[in-house]
Design a protein around this ligand. Structure first.
Ligand SMILES: [Zn+2]
Length: 461
């Protein structure tokens, strides 16, 4: 009895702090050992000063190091000040192994153990100052809009684009304390966390402990902007789930609402109760959409695809760039009506077998991944199982709110099917045979996640 209790405690502590075991290996750069941090919590103080037209983030990160060295974090904008354990230090931007991306390191050698990092940085990405005309020559800034919108097909477009963060493997408690200074205009935040208005233009957001760099939905706007719908959705588990829909037009909100109710019924029927405490939909006319846990910024056409991602991609989360293919494979398999195919249409690929230091998802994941899922469905039905949807429901229930790798998916699938898929993954996912296909000749843009121009992305803010 005692042993099993200790075992259980061990098991749950692993589950709670999952993440660091999925970090890439430490490595040497300029004879310095570069190591990966396990963030415990991060407090973001975000200040938007209307008079100065200046937005800054002061980020306090408590983290643990399993081995001594120089720890990695990332922030696309250059930090102005960095302190480690109370002492000012420096940071630098370095290439990751094989030059697949860049990230920052703290330039202080640290022993294994607990440390505190404080970073001051500008919030220049995703911030727009709204001006009103005060006569023919004079325009005055009266309010601000700030949106931390992410993309996973392009490198360094997760939370690190806006404020300091870690690689996607890490799950940690994030708190945003948001202040808008020197503005008469009232602002509010749309977020997939607990939002509390502490005072006019002072807002606190607490995000769940299992969130990481690809989870946060944060959109700060003047209160007068957007038409808002506040509704509830009756979940199959009895909850009345709050839904917020906002867009520029009332009729558009209505269309989004009707479609969302249809899709939520379908998804709950297929994969169980909606896994998040809310549904947040930012409707816009940008092509495609993007998914967050219990939230999406999307066009009407992509709404179903993005809501499904609240289960696969944002209800269980890819641990790294090599795991992101599964999100698009599963969502695209649904988009095309859950097909079943005797063989994939392609001979081999390495969509899940690239550098472990890479963060973004391979663009071929939609077409290749969907075809691979249709093949898995065929193989399961061939041996008398109910099929891929039945497996996915169980896989989701077991793994929700954790970070998953391709190997987690494969081992659960093999356990479900009681057969090996090793050769299939080697050939179609890991590219163990010669990789002849290349991204450019075989890549067709996916309509749900098109490559957006800078202007298109900025128009969302
Ligand atoms: Zn997608």
């Amino acid at each position: 009895m005692r042993i099993s209790l200790i075992f259980l405690a061990f098991f749950f502590s692993l589950a709670t702090f999952a993440g660091i075991e999925q970090a890439p290996p430490s490595f040497f750069y300029n004879y310095q050992k570069i190591v990966w941090a396990d963030f415990q919590d991060a407090h973001y103080s975000l200040v938007y000063d209307i008079k100065k037209q200046k937005a800054t983030a002061t980020t306090t990160i408590n983290f643990h190091l399993q081995e001594a060295g120089y720890p990695v974090f990332d922030n696309v904008t250059t930090p102005t000040k960095v302190y480690i354990n109370g002492e000012e230090t420096r940071q630098s931007l370095i290439p990751m192994p094989q030059n697949v991306t860049q990230a920052r390191i703290v330039e202080t050698y640290l022993e294994a153990g607990d440390h505190q990092l404080i970073i001051e940085s500008p919030i220049s990405n995703g911030t727009r100052w709204n001006r009103v005309s005060q006569g023919p020559r004079h325009k005055k800034v009266v309010s601000v809009a700030s949106g931390f919108f992410i993309k996973d097909l392009t490198d360094r477009l997760f939370l690190e684009k806006y404020v300091p963060s870690n690689y996607e493997y890490d799950q940690y408690k994030m708190t945003f304390d948001v202040k808008i200074l020197n503005s008469k205009v009232s602002h509010n935040v749309f977020a997939n966390g607990d939002v509390t208005e502490l005072a006019k233009n002072h807002i606190r957001i607490e995000y769940p402990q299992w969130y990481g760099s690809s989870s946060v939905f944060f959109h700060l706007v003047p209160k007068s902007r957007f038409v808002r719908y506040y509704l509830t959705y009756p979940s199959i588990d009895g909850r009345q789930i709050p839904i917020i829909i906002y867009s520029a037009f009332r009729f558009f909100n209505k269309m989004l609402k009707d479609r969302a109710f249809e899709v939520l019924a379908e998804l709950e029927n297929d994969y169980g109760p909606w896994p998040h405490p809310q549904v947040l939909i930012y409707g816009n006319n940008i092509r495609g959409g993007m998914e967050y846990p219990g939230a999406t910024a999307t066009s009407l056409v992509s709404l179903g695809h993005e809501l499904q991602h609240s289960y696969f991609a944002k209800g269980l989360v890819p641990a790294n760039g090599n795991s992101g293919w599964m999100d698009e494979a599963i969502a695209s398999w649904r988009d095309k009506g859950h097909q079943t195919h005797e063989l994939p249409f392609f001979s081999h690929s390495n969509i899940g077998g690239q550098s472990i230091y890479k963060r973004n998802t391979d663009k071929r994941s939609y077409e290749y991944g969907r075809s691979f899922m249709a093949y898995v469905d065929y193989r399961l039905k061939e041996i008398g199982k109910a099929g891929l949807k039945d497996f996915l429901r169980q896989y989701f229930e077991k793994r929700k709110f954790t970070t998953v790798t391709t190997e987690d998916f494969r081992s659960d699938l093999e356990e479900y099917a009681q057969m090996s898929f090793e050769l299939d993954f080697d050939q179609y996912i890991y590219g163990q045979s010669i990789e002849k296909n290349n991204v450019h000749s075989h890549y067709h843009e996916n309509p749900h996640h098109p490559q957006l121009t800078i202007e298109e992305l900025e128009s969302l803010i």
